[in-house]
Design a protein around this ligand. Sequence first.
Ligand code: GRF
Length: 217
Amino acid sequence: MPLNIAVLASGRGSNLKAILEAIKSGSLDARVTVVICNVQGAGAISIANEHGITTEVIPHLGLARQKHESMLLEALDKYPVDFVVLAGYMRVLSPYFLNRFRDDRGFFRVLNIHPSLLPAFPGANAYKEAFDYGVRISGITIHLVDEKVDHGPILAQETFPRLPEDSLDSFKARGLSLEHKLLPQVIQKISHEGVTFFARVEATGADSKTVKETVSP
Ligand code: GRF
């Protein structure tokens, strides 16, 4: 049975495209049941349309976070969704949203792709911050989402080098092509083997560094 995924995106949509192309080529056994976008006119909407995928545009501007999230949940309720994939979704999701996707094991069935080796360089400008810092190795992280920004059990990480002749653009391009390879692979792994990670670190409370559990591959 293919894994039913809902993709949430805010921008260009190149990771959505990578997912859809992997499905089309047969290397990813999943179905994108809906693409939800919070930005009218985002590239992700055109990409979904080109692939015949249903889209919903739910702008957040002027809405309280919980109101916007309740609209997202209401939209998601109309589709079969085993997993939510954040592919360049530039909004933080609160526990109000995440709890709807709580797995029996206590994590959320929501994954995010982040363009750094977390926990280094969280936030919206990871490529630039890593580049400006002068890292020699950077990477891509795919993780389950928890209550903290760019935090949660790590499902996969892969590295790429910063080369001496790199500009920020060439550095980003190298990372992005790795994103496009890694994201479909991780979704495929979830689809076939379920969710596996080495450790889960509590996101809230004073003991925020406590390792809560280990689910090994
Ligand atoms: C990617 O770099 C992703 O890692 C980050 O946002 C960007 C989205 O790009 N979270 P795209 O919209 O998938 O092209």
